[in-house]
Design a protein around this ligand. Structure first.
Ligand code: SAM
Length: 240
């Protein structure tokens, strides 16, 4: 039987492994998707590739799967972080979902001077990243960090990770072609109010930061995140 449902599990995967299902997974698989004992499912855990499995126990509060054989290799994304200032809840969810689909390796919500979103629920955002990976056929789930202050993020910046600094002040200059080492990189997207002058100066003073235009119009932060991921992936990432 062809398995269509893909499930992320935090459990080792290999032929003959039993994989327990938690309440949420059991609800999804047996309550929402109406699967029963014997049904075929595809599993991934972000490390071991994709595996076929069969439902061996189905209950309301849990269940069990038995792993049969490998259906695909582990595919890692490029070492690209998306650092963004959270905006309204639904738009923040959108950014996380799209970043996971488009191949970001890590997602970092950052508190900038003009960030006016409330508290970020990391677990909810992580669940969105998992769901996006399940839907898009990925075998990797980007980690979503707790919100970090912009200054602290830069104070602790280490190594040679370049920054694609999406600077709305450059909207009247032509889109900057990206070049250089493929990774590691991080994309920086500001909040609705943009980066403050001080934050802009701080980024511009970094040798590792490349100020980038995303075209002649000022994009909303969620649009800007998708545009920046597209530019980076097509120039330096795994789309080419
Ligand atoms: N309030 C700001 C203004 O009017 O100038 C706009 C901020 S914009 C809604 C949110 C973020 O998207 C910006 O901080 C920037 O990172 C990115 N962005 C939007 N349009 C851009 C563009 N044309 N070029 C570069 N970055 C852009």
């Amino acid at each position: 039987m062809d398995a269509k449902i893909r499930l992320y599990v935090d459990h080792p995967l290999g032929a003959g492994q039993s994989v327990p299902l938690d309440r949420g997974q059991a609800h999804y698989l047996f309550g929402v998707m109406r699967q029963q004992v014997g049904a075929a499912v595809l599993l991934f855990n972000g490390r071991d590739g994709e595996w076929r499995a069969t439902v061996t126990q189905a209950g309301k509060r849990g269940g069990e799967l038995s792993v049969t054989d490998q259906s695909g290799p582990q595919r890692m994304p490029p070492d690209l972080w998306l650092c963004f200032a959270p905006i309204k809840k639904a738009r923040t969810d959108f950014i996380v979902e799209k970043a996971a689909e488009m191949g970001a390796a890590r997602i970092i919500p950052m508190q900038t001077e003009f960030t006016n979103a409330g508290r970020v629920q990391r677990d909810r955002l992580q669940a969105h990243a998992i769901e996006a990976a399940e839907q898009c056929g990925g075998t990797f789930v980007p980690q979503v960090d707790e919100m970090v202050r912009f200054d602290r993020l830069l104070d602790e910046w280490s190594g040679n990770r370049h920054i694609m600094f999406c600077d709305e002040a450059l909207h009247d200059v032509p889109v900057t072609p990206l070049a250089g080492e493929p990774a590691p990189w991080a994309i920086f997207i500001g909040p609705e109010g943009g980066f403050s002058a001080r934050e802009r100066d701080r980024l511009r003073a970094l040798d590792l930061a490349v100020p980038v235009s995303l075209g002649p119009r000022i994009l909303r932060a969620d649009t800007a995140a998708v545009a920046a991921l597209t530019l980076w992936q097509s120039a330096l990432g795994d789309w080419s």
